[in-house]
Design a protein around this ligand. Sequence first.
Ligand SMILES: C[S@@+](CC[C@H](N)C(=O)[O-])C[C@H]1O[C@@H](n2cnc3c(N)ncnc32)[C@H](O)[C@@H]1O
Length: 284
Amino acid sequence: MDEPELLGVGKTALGVAQIRAHESQRPDQLFDDPYAAAFVAAAPTAFPDTFPGRAEAAADPLAGVGAAFAVSAVLRTRFFDDYLRQASAAGCGQVVLLAAGLDTRAYRLPWPADTRLFELDLPAVLDFKERVLHHAAAVAGCERIVLPVDLRDDWSAAARTAGLDPSQPTAWLCEGLLIYLSADEADHLLTTVSDLSASRSQLAFEHSSTLHPAVMAHARSMPAMKPYTCLWKGGLGHDAPDWLIRHGWSVSIHDCAAFAAAHDRAAPGAAAGAFLTATRHNCP
Ligand SMILES: C[S@@+](CC[C@H](N)C(=O)[O-])C[C@H]1O[C@@H](n2cnc3c(N)ncnc32)[C@H](O)[C@@H]1O
């Protein structure tokens, strides 16, 4: 089943799926994504053989950067899996995956009965995802609502129309997105999230990049990485905790290297930065 090519920022979702497919084959896997390989198989020529998880990678100059991306994506996947399990157990019956990409948590995490999970991303990405999941006869373990939107626009009304209830606590996940937004776009997105968040809602994203700054700089210098690095706009950067505190959230920062070490995935030069989780405590 060959699919039309995913382009631009949408293609980054396929890169993450490839990393998750590879991780899912490891005996010491930090998660099992049973559908990641189907996404990769549906777009077999999307990436060169140098991509992490492909046998020839070790000999290629891109390998070091690719391996660092892979470690970072694996760690963040497991961290945010744990975050969503905890937020769900704490009473967030609504889950919103902002820039869900090819995330299959609706299918692979154990959800309490009555959980409603919303997936927001660009139309082309969600079209591709739906076709592959349909072909794989995948069945979600919760009520799953797919909402094609550009998250730089005003999507609040569309989310309410789709059934999001702002009076109920929501677990928000913004994984792998903010780097593709400017500070103004990230501000706009998080303002919308805050406006839709009842008390006890939770939010998580990567705080500072979980890639080492040297790896980021190396990636930027590589012509082969240009199609991806030219999309990086920085998001809120290090201002995110202060921004959230000013908007009624309490914030916790979780060191990525410590998380890597706790999971026996310490990789010098790869795991850096931190994850951020926040709880809404003060709705105006
Ligand atoms: C690196 S992928 C991460 C996907 C997913 N969160 C994951 O970790 O598997 C980035 C995602 O952000 C989405 N994205 C980027 N800019 C967007 C925008 N303005 N509106 C909606 N989605 C966007 C892309 O389509 C892509 O799916």
